[in-house]
Ligand binder design. Sequence first.
Ligand code: HEC
Ligand code: HEC
Ligand code: HEC
Ligand code: HEC
Ligand code: HEC
Length: 187
Amino acid sequence: MKARPAARAVRLEPASAAGLSCTSVWAEFLVSLAMLSALLLLVVQTASAAEQPIGFSHTAHIEKASMQCTDCHEGATSRDSAGLPSIRKCMLCHQFIATDLPEVVRLSEYWERKHEVPWERIYGFAKTAAVQFRHAPHARAEIACSQCHGDVASMTVAVKAVTHTMGSCIQCHRENSATDDCLACHY
Ligand code: HEC
Ligand code: HEC
Ligand code: HEC
Ligand code: HEC
Ligand code: HEC
């Protein structure tokens, strides 16, 4: 939980050299700038479903196949990145199950060509924001997936149900006495 003190001490160096002291007026300015741009993004962004290459349904897998989130997103409780499943995992079942459904036929076509399915990503931050999100500490703090991703289990098409901004991260961190150190969330 108090992980990587050494790594953080190393990473702190360049930032304080750049004047990123949390008490400085400069930091205050950056924070309000970030919150403002986050707000603008929220207004511009339309929370829409991505056009996926295959009609994958979360509901079908939670309800009919009785699967858990971590069966497919293996890192979601233990690593930084939750990860998306490889087509190998899908084919463990779909070589035998529902092979006649049209969307499963399309899945098999990727498999026969030895291609991964090129899923459209839904969550994530612009590279320029230099955010490093980590799943594991949140799972340890027992925050449900649904708090940050909505009720995915009942989605036939996964949509961005929650918009994450610096403001929303920090608000929950303050409520839970979690960190507001710039370098916990930024690299
Ligand atoms: C059978 C495997 C499987 C299971 C089980 C599963 N998922 Fe997924 N999940 C996927 C696949 C494949 C995608 C990519 C396609 C899509 O977005 O619909 C995905 C996408 C997502 C995304 C969007 C990722 C992004 O940013 O692009 C989230 C969030 C997510 N799943 C959360 C969950 C949660 C929460 C659960 C448990 C309730 C769950 N998943 C169970 C396979 C699975
Ligand atoms: C544990 C077994 C299992 C795994 C692993 C699995 N599925 Fe499925 N899948 C099922 C079952 C069961 C159904 C429901 C079949 C039905 O409706 O008769 C299903 C249904 C589907 C459908 C049809 C949905 C519809 O309503 O038309 C698609 C497409 C699909 N799965 C894709 C995937 C993909 C992509 C993966 C890998 C990310 C995956 N499945 C992994 C068991 C599995
Ligand atoms: C505190 C908020 C939070 C919680 C709790 C959370 N996530 Fe995420 N999740 C995020 C954010 C933010 C991203 C985008 C991260 C990025 O791209 O840097 C993300 C990305 C993902 C992705 C896309 C693939 C990836 O690795 O980035 C999947 C899948 C996912 N989460 C599944 C889950 C599952 C399953 C759970 C519950 C076990 C969960 N998440 C819990 C905030 C959260
Ligand atoms: C729903 C509440 C909630 C939300 C939303 C949330 N967090 Fe957290 N976060 C926590 C809690 C609780 C902890 C664990 C604190 C602890 O273990 O002491 C944590 C821990 C972390 C840590 C590990 C800090 C450390 O000291 O190791 C990072 C990094 C982090 N969060 C980044 C983010 C980012 C980036 C976002 C927004 C995309 C975010 N969090 C959104 C509640 C939240
Ligand atoms: C709890 C996590 C968290 C903490 C702590 C945090 N940030 Fe952020 N910050 C984010 C996230 C997430 C974004 C991306 C928001 C988005 O994409 O809408 C962001 C965006 C930004 C941006 C905008 C970058 C861009 O180009 O879009 C700046 C500047 C910034 N943060 C500076 C800071 C400074 C300075 C501090 C310390 C005073 C800080 N942040 C602390 C999570 C955090």
